[in-house]
Ligand binder design. Structure first.
Ligand code: GRF
Length: 267
């Protein structure tokens, strides 16, 4: 018998993935309970889905937090435990040659919003945090405070493309416009970059000549609703192991990456 894990979810929109996760938890196909749903967007329909299932919700209005920071930078208090140089050194959301001032403003602004998120989450102990259509990149400040054991990441994200292709906010759109014949979705652990963390699971589907972008999105979402609960179940079963791999490339160079190994089912 697999013991149930406590799953927290962050959303920004419609929450169809959240619904699939709530349904899988209810039906017992996934050994998990959803213990909170948080959103950066007060109007996210997913919040309504959570409330109808009796799940506690909270909102950290990022737009509001970032607006007050822009209007009054000097008067905004940064979290006491925020270290700008540390966040700057770790983050890979921005390229190394990006305007340092822009990067600093971004990291500081996010830390303000993320500390509010952490505070709201602290009322609901959890084992795994799932991003289910949460449209904000998380920074090292937040990630390090959730992943307190570096060898056991516990933030998952679902992305609407076959990563590492088409990272960013419009995976299905980018896949479709590129003329791909196959689309897909990916569940991965979150690292310090954008959609760049170790891959846990993927699903692919064909894209046909007469498909519209809407049809591709619909087909993709149907795959997501199955894939996300499956990956959460693997986590609950303790079958996801992150391993640092090193491979020699042609020319004598080495490529190092953290990957996820899926351990066999316990007999
Ligand atoms: C999904 O396509 C997910 O892959 C992406 O955002 C969308 C969220 O949809 N990250 P929903 O809110 O779960 O319906």
């Amino acid at each position: 018998m697999v013991e149930k894990i406590r799953v927290g979810a962050l959303i920004s929109g419609g929450g169809t993935n959240l619904q699939a996760i709530i349904d899988a938890a209810r039906s017992g196909t996934m050994a998990a309970d959803v213990v909170f749903v948080g959103s950066d967007n007060p109007d996210a329909h997913g919040l309504q889905r959570a409330r109808s299932s009796g799940i506690p919700t909270f909102v950290v209005d990022y737009r509001e937090a970032l607006r007050s920071l822009r209007q009054n930078p000097a008067g905004t208090k940064l979290p006491e435990d925020f270290r700008l140089d540390e966040a700057r050194a770790k983050q890979t959301l921005w390229p190394r040659d990006a305007d340092p001032e822009k990067v600093d403003v971004f990291l500081a602004g996010r830390a303000v919003a993320e500390s509010l998120l952490l505070e709201a989450m602290s009322a609901h102990p959890f084992d795994l945090l799932v991003l289910a259509g949460f449209m904000r990149n998380l920074t090292p400040y937040f990630i390090d405070r959730v992943n307190t054991d570096r060898t056991r990441p516990r933030i998952m994200n679902i992305h609407p493309a076959l990563l590492p292709a088409f990272a960013g906010t419009d995976g299905y759109g980018d896949t479709f416009r590129y003329g791909c014949k196959v689309g897909g979705c990916t569940v991965h652990f979150v690292d310090y970059g954008e959609d760049s963390g170790p891959i846990i699971g993927q699903r692919a589907f064909p894209i046909r000549e007469d498909d519209t972008l809407d049809a591709v999105r619909r087909r993709g979402l149907e795959q997501e609703w199955q894939l996300y609960p499956e990956c959460i179940q693997l986590f609950a079963e303790g079958r996801l192991q992150t391993v640092r791999m090193s491979h020699e490339l042609t020319g004598g160079k080495f490529c190092e990456r953290t990957v996820v190994k899926i351990l066999p089912e316990k007999g």
